[in-house]
Design a protein around this ligand. Sequence first.
Ligand code: GUN
Length: 294
Amino acid sequence: MTSQTDSASRAPARILDGKAASAALLENLRAEVSAGIGAGRARPGLATVIVGEDPASQIYVRNKRRACEKVGLANHHHELPEAAGQARLLALLGELNTDPAVHGILVQLPLPRGADYDEHAVLAAIAPEKDADGFHPLNQGALLQGRPAPVPCTPRGVMHLLAGAGIELAGKHAVVVGRSNIVGKPVALLLLREHATVTICHSRTRNLAEVVGSADVLVAAVGAPRLVKGAWVKPGAVVVDVGVNRLTDGSLCGDVEFDAAAARASWITPVPGGVGPMTIAMLLRNTVDLAWQL
Ligand code: GUN
């Protein structure tokens, strides 16, 4: 007789569908923006800033701009050449900080390595009350302390997917693989806010397989193709894969071995179509919140 935890006896994981959740969020935002403007509120405006020619960043920013258009946000777009340098970028941010039509500012990361860019100084130069990405140190500090502030978009999207599926977090062991300021650390804080017991793993973690195997909720955010093996996943766990890795054949894969993990998990995000689309939806949500002080 097979045990309850034998993968062969389990139904396959249910899909956490970020594409559908994102579409619903964008449609709700569109209606909210239209109603707000009808009631006399200012049209929310997002400034997008891209420095250099990185092809992946170009695609990400284009998708963010398209989403603005779809939802009815104004987009103020700025492209700087890689050689522009830190001073010119800071001067642009100074202008955007005081522009009343701009409610949210996004500087696409990573900045080019070539010139004298200092990413921390750039993020700190964005007015905290216009920080659509939630990357300003004051806002990251507020997140640490559990005070209201703009929350980084991908972590906010992860939490929305979990909440939408009715996944209970209080008392669960949540394991986050990855410790970036953009995803790993903020998502760990948000899981903690929901009363999960949180472990953060990284490149120096010993016995990664064992720690992952103890996760009720696993969030993988390292950017390493299929680093997390499906066989490590605890039967019935919830698996959220933030990784988007392009393979040499042009296809995309996540940080988790999808098929093997899906055979054991209760819920899982696909790549693409999981967390990815949520990031853009939450960027626009943050911008509307900032514009209207929600
Ligand atoms: N690069 C990768 N993810 C992000 C993001 O969420 N915001 C910005 N600004 N840059 C990124």
